[in-house]
Design a protein around this ligand. Structure first.
Ligand code: TRP
Length: 445
């Protein structure tokens, strides 16, 4: 049984801490770059508003009404067929799977904090070879930092909801925002800021195809932490009579603003210092360090605080990826928090090692199937199948299974006129969108 409760601010910061992660600062800028800028940003903002926001409200609602771990919440709330609906709660597994590569990437970030202190690459080529050396040859370095991430995350989870998760978010989230806003203010004084602004907000529709829509929906889910019960598990610890709409609004607003701020700042730096924005995941690990080098001493300083902020963003998201399964074992099997945290931690730590190996020369050949290595497979299966499926299940569960009268009695007073459009979006728009995304990501359409 849950007894710990978040404070009001604690919940918003923890949920925002979950949402604001590597997705906002590492992934959003590079997929914006890959998909041509402004037009993609507009599609992304629309999907966040129309689909992400609706599911956010639905996911908070399930947790708030169920008050338990994800599996039990589905079971308690389903009026009939409880034994089938409870499987909806196993979406929490997706979080553990995501952690397999998430923790490895946090390890890279730790490594970059350390190398920012000692030396920065002087050219993009050098930066590229440093990154690819780390990825393909430095097994022990990656293992060391991945293990550090494991210890940190497990430690915080073991401290519990208030003493661990809430406390960490209360410190790290403000710190993260201060760092990003500070660097962003500096970026606004540079000449290239208007160029970055134009790139991100002036749509060139010729650069958009149906693939961009799919990427946008998938990313809206990932960045808002939807579809695997993270937000649901946190919401089970909301005070009674909490305003679901307000909470959802703040989380979506914080997450979206931080993505936009990070994007504008990074593109300003890239344009100002003449680096070709490298397409793909290397943006933050390759182009950016070379740009920081160009800035001189200030760049060194920026590099350190930037990677610290990125690590903070990653760590606050990580605890939310693991907490649903920790809570599951505590509620259903009466495990102690210590046992649950260590077991779940060991799971992603061990498979994380396989993920590291799957990039290392000499091992990668045996850890790849069908053109993707283990690392990429985990990313693909979670993002393409598990999260949209989790979202689909939640939309149907709240839209059709929980009796409308119950949903209405909680949300109508908060949503007022917007209740009907929200309910409609949940019942029809969202499931259709999810379905299209899944079909296209697995290559059927
Ligand atoms: N939202 C985080 C990010 O943007 C990642 C994340 C944390 C997540 N919890 C989640 C993604 C739950 C999906 C589901 O990096």
């Amino acid at each position: 049984m849950k007894i710990e409760r978040f404070t009001k601010l604690g919940f918003i910061l923890a949920a925002a801490g979950s949402a604001v992660g590597l997705g906002n600062i590492w992934k959003f800028p590079y997929i914006t770059g890959e998909n041509g800028g402004g037009a993609f940003v507009i599609i992304y903002l629309l999907t966040v508003l129309l689909i992400g926001f609706s599911i956010m409200i639905a996911e908070i609602l399930i947790g708030y009404m169920g008050r338990l771990d994800t599996v039990s919440s589905f079971e308690v709330l389903a009026p009939k067929n409880k034994n089938i609906w409870k499987f909806g709660g196993f979406q929490g597994l997706a979080g553990l799977f995501i952690m397999i590569f998430y923790s490895v990437v946090i390890g890279w970030i730790f490594n970059y904090i350390v190398t920012s202190i000692t030396s920065l690459p002087s050219t993009v080529e050098e930066a590229e070879s440093i990154f690819s050396n780390m990825l393909h040859t430095e097994f022990l370095t990656q293992l060391l930092y991945h293990t550090l991430a494991f210890f940190w995350i497990t430690y915080v989870l073991n401290k519990g909801l208030k003493g661990g998760i809430e406390k960490m978010n209360m410190f790290l989230m403000p710190a993260l925002m201060i760092i990003l806003l500070g660097m962003f203010s500096y970026a606004t004084t540079l000449g290239a800021f208007s160029q970055a602004f134009e790139f991100m907000f002036y749509p060139d529709w010729s650069k958009i195809d149906s693939g961009a829509f799919v990427v946008a929906v998938g990313h809206a889910f990932f960045t808002l932490s939807l579809g695997m019960g993270a937000i649901m598990t946190y919401s089970a610890s909301l005070e009674k009579n909490s305003n679901i709409l307000k909470n959802a609004f703040w989380v979506v607003l914080l997450d979206t603003s931080i993505a936009i701020i990070a994007g504008l700042m990074l593109f300003t730096f890239l344009y100002e210092y003449g680096s070709i924005p490298s397409k793909g995941p290397g943006l933050v690990f390759i182009s950016l360090p070379a740009v920081f080098y160009e800035m001189g001493v200030l760049g060194n300083f920026f590099s350190i605080i930037f990677f610290i902020a990125l690590a903070f963003a990653g760590l606050t998201s990580s605890v939310s990826l693991v907490e649903p399964m920790v809570q599951y074992f505590i509620d259903r099997f009466r495990w102690s928090r210590l046992k649950a945290s260590i077991s779940m931690g060991m799971f992603f730590w061990l498979f994380g090692i396989v993920a590291i190996l799957s990039n290392i020369d000499g091992f990668k050949e045996s850890l790849a199937w069908g053109g993707k290595n283990f690392f990429d497979w985990v990313d693909y299966v979670t993002a393409a199948i598990m999260l949209p499926l989790g979202g689909l299940v939640m939309a149907i569960f709240v839209g059709f299974i929980i009796p409308k009268s119950q949903v209405e009695s909680i949300l109508k007073p908060q949503l007022k006129w917007a209740f009907a459009p929200w309910y409609f979006s949940l019942r029809y728009l969202t499931p259709i969108a999810m379905f299209i995304v899944m079909l296209s990501l697995v290559g059927i359409i």
